[in-house]
Ligand binder design. Structure first.
Ligand SMILES: Cc1cc2nc3c(=O)[nH]c(=O)nc-3n(C[C@H](O)[C@H](O)[C@H](O)COP(=O)(O)OP(=O)(O)OC[C@H]3O[C@@H](n4cnc5c(N)ncnc54)[C@H](O)[C@@H]3O)c2cc1C
Length: 385
């Protein structure tokens, strides 16, 4: 098995295949130090936590990682809390920065004797619709290499080559621009006491922990804006205004970037002996915190069907990979879109007018007035089957 990409999808798959006795090699374009420090997501949903525990990775990957608790919606400066784990039947997620997950998955894989090859340049896939695909690349020393394998897992993210290696017309593409802009900021500031989503007429903002001494912030902005439009003083001024917190601690901003607020899904998530996993097959906005979790969920589904095919000789399961993953993908795309409409429309009425604003406010209020609505939300947030 050749795995292209050492992000959350590729490394999870590699660990699960290792535990299944299926040989695999991971090829990663970047340096190891780069992938171990790339900061993105921060929540490992309950479903992913349970999966890691069930596969015997709990001790190595989850040790010391805090569990989640209350989720705060701050509406016009007034805090409202949802006890998501309790509403989801006592199921906790974990507050785990993506780079920590990647570091630990690499350590677990290599401790088990895994083969991770970083700085693999010019990866090219051949014979994907034949019995024995071939992967060619140049290693860190610039030597041309070739790997013959039974299957290829394209875990190389949205901009990777795997999806682009599929002949035109073989995949149906669904793309959607959500019509909002977000700027995101990483800063060395104390983590918030709890993940926080703020709704107000000034626009949406959010504050999430990224370890004990770092935070990720999101701010709604005009689509098409660039980081140059968001100097530090504007960031802090707008955060204080939108979070309704004049005392919000200011810290050093370590990264400011624009988030592409779009969704993308391909169907099917496979072609011949190539299986697309995680962002290589679908992207989702950060709203709802599902991108990294979908990557892990795809990886587990693929590990199970490959184990059945390679170890037990049952290739029929391979045909279920795409439909199983797409069901969850669309469920989460809907959750993300639902949340996005709610927190954006309920704020600045100039977006879609006062009627949509009142609809979104009703949706938001229902979370705190209806136990059934709160539970439905919590179950999706925690990722309960
Ligand atoms: C700012 C931001 C915030 C986010 N917040 C959240 C969140 O709160 N919750 C959440 O769940 N998700 C979040 N996400 C999404 C999440 O980070 C992604 O969904 C997740 O990284 C997908 O994992 P992956 O392994 O599929 O892809 P990636 O993490 O993109 O990994 C792909 C890997 O493949 C490598 N690669 C690419 N091309 C090649 C090639 N040609 N050859 C070899 N290797 C290659 C890349 O270097 C990379 O290491 C966020 C994303 C961003 C950008």
């Amino acid at each position: 098995m050749a795995i292209i990409g050492a992000g959350p999808a590729g490394l999870t798959l590699a660990n699960l295949l290792q535990r299944s006795g299926v040989d695999c090699v991971v090829l990663e374009r970047r340096r190891r130090s780069y992938i171990e420090h790339r900061q993105r997501a921060g929540v490992l949903e309950h479903r992913a936590v349970r999966m890691l525990e069930e596969w015997g990775l709990g001790d190595q990957v989850l040790a010391g990682v805090p569990v989640d608790g209350l989720l705060e919606f701050r509406i016009d400066g007034v805090p409202r809390h949802l006890d998501v784990p309790a509403l989801a039947g006592g199921r906790h997620s974990r507050l785990m920065p993506q780079q920590v997950l990647v570091q630990r998955l690499i350590m677990a894989f290599e401790t088990g004797g895994g083969d991770l090859r970083t700085e693999a340049e010019g990866v090219a896939l051949h014979g994907l619709d034949e019995d024995r695909p071939v992967v060619r690349y140049h290693d860190a020393a610039g030597m041309g290499r070739e790997l013959a394998c039974d299957y290829v897992a394209g875990c190389d993210g949205f901009r990777g080559l795997s999806r682009r290696s599929v002949p035109e017309g073989a995949l149906t593409t669904y793309a959607y621009d959500h019509g909002v802009g977000w700027v995101t900021v990483l800063a060395d500031t104390p983590a918030p006491r709890r993940p926080l989503l703020a709704v107000s007429e000034h626009g949406f903002a959010a504050h999430f922990p990224r370890g004990p001494h770092a935070s990720r912030y999101y701010l709604e902005c005009t689509p098409g804006e660039t980081p140059a439009a968001w100097p530090d003083d504007r960031i802090w001024k707008q955060l204080r205004l939108r979070l309704g917190d004049d005392d919000l601690p200011v810290g050093s901003v370590t990264a400011t970037s624009m988030v592409e607020m779009r969704s993308y899904v391909v169907d099917p998530m496979s072609y011949g002996r190539l299986f697309l996993v995680g962002d290589a097959a679908h992207v989702i906005t950060p709203m709802g915190g599902k991108g990294m979790n979908l990557a892990l969920s795809d990886a587990e589904t693929l590990a199970m069907v490959l184990r059945a095919a390679v170890r037990d000789g049952d290739c029929s399961a391979l045909r279920t990979y795409s439909t199983t993953c797409l069901r969850r993908t669309w469920d989460y795309q809907d959750f993300s879109r639902w949340m996005m409409e709610m927190v954006h429309d309920a704020g600045d009425a100039s977006r879609h007018g006062p009627f949509r604003r009142e609809l979104a406010r009703a949706r938001l209020a229902r979370l705190f007035e209806s136990a059934a609505a709160a539970t439905a939300f919590a179950v999706l947030r925690a990722g309960v089957d």
